[in-house]
Design a protein around this ligand. Sequence first.
Ligand code: AMP
Ligand code: MN
Ligand code: MN
Ligand code: MN
Length: 283
Amino acid sequence: MSILNADLHCHSVVSDGTLTPEQLAQRAHANGVELWALTDHDEVGGQHRALAAARAQGIKYLTGTEISVTFAGHTVHIVGLGFDPDHPALVQGLRSTRGGREARAREMADQLAQVGITGAFEGALKYVGNPDLISRTHFARYLVEIGACRDTPEVFRKYLTEGKPGFVPHRWASLQNAVHWIVQAGGMAIIAHPGRYGFTANEEYALFTEFKNHGGQGVEVVTGSHSAQEYLEYAGMAKEFGLAASRGSDFHSPDESHTDLGTLPWLPGELTPVWELLSDRIQ
Ligand code: AMP
Ligand code: MN
Ligand code: MN
Ligand code: MN
């Protein structure tokens, strides 16, 4: 059952990816993906298109999103899978989570102007597919375009992150609300790429414990953001906390992402895959 080419994390133009849901479905199918989910940041606006495109390609589909959360002063991402994309609590919760993005983006641009990078708000907007979802990724594309950096990883080393120009602290959803919105809409909440947060062991323990207490059920083990060592580490955490395990590339763009759709290693065999618990929600 673990030997299923499931890719349950990626982004379209509805958030900060560069491909449409239809282009992603086509690419997923071409890469041998058998079960797919589109997980745009703080958005479900692409879900009906993604499901139709998956059907057209003959691949199975789970609805998805990736919610931005502020936990203990850090940004954490919670993936939701297999929910009703029209559920009012989820739709309204995501709308409120997206709310502050434009004001944040204007502040980011003001900061960049102070270090001589002008026009960043308008520049980033050129890359935005959804006016509700201007993100740091869109600024990164503009900084590469004007030659301020060679590629997006360099942007996130020199700008837009804590202590660097263009970083604006932001308060996202609470962990409890994010998990509850997903669960109320009939879905499963999953901790996205835990290896990326730079947490101490204590902070990580607190995240996993509170997440479980709120009703969270899964953790990404095999993701484009983890090293082989981290696959083992988070396989251990999944077992310790009794969480199901997920697999997803976090693909954003053919030009930017080093992990393509459907190309990750299999989930370790001893784990319960999230799709086993979601079998009745696969479409
Ligand atoms: P935002 O939601 O506006 O804070 O933007 C977060 C997005 O920025 C993430 O979803 C990634 O797509 C991108 N990002 C953050 N850190 C990095 C990084 N170090 N390298 C490449 N992309 C990054
Ligand atoms: Mn992103
Ligand atoms: Mn993420
Ligand atoms: Mn993501």
